[in-house]
Design a protein around this ligand. Structure first.
Ligand code: AMP
Ligand code: GLY
Length: 384
């Protein structure tokens, strides 16, 4: 099979690393990829959001399966476009990807279908939002409706913080048009977990539980990031709790999407808060998590390609796979300054010395290669 992966982060490196081990693989491409991905795939100089250029490449190279990493092209409808050309593509359609593309849509769906989540109200009018925030009198979370590169949610400890956040999103358009509407949400307390599942729209294949480290610094200090690390499994998730998550959240979400005429195929990622009142949804993602995918794929035994293909071909009930029972842990190395402004182009040394270490893989997230040197090229740089 000829496979194309779209994206350039640590998630895509781990997908490429795993797919490269498949006996069914003939050729692996990644667009645009990074210096680490280039060790296992041929990198193609096309950005993940250049949908037409990606289509042309896939047609020309007769790609058998395309795997889409990031949310932006999914929300923009890359799967619909590829499918219209007869190209097999892993990921949800544009209408299904709205589950991540619009937080207002996701919350309305949960409310309508009784899926547990934080209480909320939606506003496009700043004055009304201010009135509601003041009436809460305590902590809450202000979220921009649309995609904001993982930065669109502001956790506010006080009413003053929340009023400022609403102002910056709705009035100053801090996140551009993604902030045309905001959600004001109840603040949930508890431990956060990431639960991912393959689904072909009918069959659901849950993956092992995972937890990512959101805060920049140790001890949950500092601003939220895309994730500074992740591990799997999660000791606090018992079999009983996992069954409850499947029963109360995972299965109802897939059914709800079907009922709404938005059948869901691909990876469904549940960002959950384990509260004193049970698991509640913080957010849905319509893709593999980053960095959750790195430890998950370290633990997945056997071939990933049949799982991806069966999802696309709606045959998930026919595949079986196993997990390595050992824990996998990913620690992210980031550029100084991340998640705010940071410099790029710094040389990375020492990678060679890690080669050949048993059970250790260095996944590249933001790297590039120039004149034989590996340079930093992003906020999150490596995941070890
Ligand atoms: P989101 O953009 O919805 O994924 O939220 C980003 C992060 O903000 C989450 O990973 C949580 O750490 C935090 N967060 C989001 N919603 C809530 C909430 N209702 N209560 C407490 N923390 C939240
Ligand atoms: N690690 C969080 C995410 O992938 O959205």
């Amino acid at each position: 099979m000829k496979v194309l992966i779209i994206g350039s982060g640590g998630r895509e490196h781990s997908l490429a690393w795993k797919i490269a081990q498949s006996s069914r693989l003939k050729k692996l491409y990644c667009a645009p990829g990074n210096a680490g991905i280039a060790q296992v795939a041929e990198c193609v100089d096309v950005e993940a959001e250049s949908i037409e250029a990606l289509c042309n490449f896939a047609l020309k190279e007769k790609i058998d399966l395309t795997v889409v990493g990031p949310e932006k092209p999914l929300v923009a409808g890359i799967v619909d476009r590829f499918q219209s050309l007869g190209l097999k593509t892993f990921g949800p359609t544009r209408r299904a990807a709205t589950l991540e593309g619009s937080k207002v849509f996701a919350k309305a769906l949960m409310r309508k279908h009784g899926i547990p989540t934080a209480e909320f109200k939606t506003f496009s009018d700043l004055f009304k939002a201010q009135g509601y925030i003041s009436s809460l009198g305590g902590p809450c979370v202000i979220k921009a409706d649309g995609l904001a590169g993982g930065k669109g949610s502001i956790v506010c400890k006080t009413v003053e913080d929340a009023l400022l956040a609403a102002d910056r999103i709705l009035k100053d358009r801090l996140f551009g048009e993604a902030g045309g509407k905001i959600l004001v949400q109840e603040y949930l307390e508890g431990e956060e977990v990431s639960i991912l599942a393959f689904t072909d729209g009918s069959t659901i294949v849950p993956l092992e539980p995972c937890q990512d480290h959101k805060a920049l610094y140790d001890g949950d200090q500092g601003p939220n990031t895309g994730g500074m690390g992740a591990y799997s499994p999660v000791p606090s998730i018992t079999g009983e709790l996992y069954a409850r998550i499947e029963r109360e959240i995972m299965v109802p979400t897939i059914h709800a999407m079907k009922k709404e005429g938005r059948p869901y195929k691909g990876i469904l990622y549940l960002g959950l808060m384990l509260t004193a009142f049970g698991p509640k949804v913080l957010e849905f993602n319509v893709r593999f998590g980053d960095p959750e995918t790195q430890p998950l794929l370290m633990r997945l035994k056997g071939d990933l390609l049949p799982l991806l293909l069966a999802t696309v071909e709606e045959k998930l009930e026919t595949v079986a796979f196993q997990w390595d029972p050992r824990t996998a842990l990913c620690v992210v190395m980031a550029s100084r300054g991340y998640p705010e402004a940071y410099e790029k182009g710094k040389e990375i040394n020492g990678l060679e010395s890690l080669k050949g270490l048993k059970d250790v893989v260095v996944f590249h997230a933001g790297t590039t290669k120039k004149q034989g040197k590996v340079l930093t090229d992003g906020g999150r740089v490596l995941g070890v």
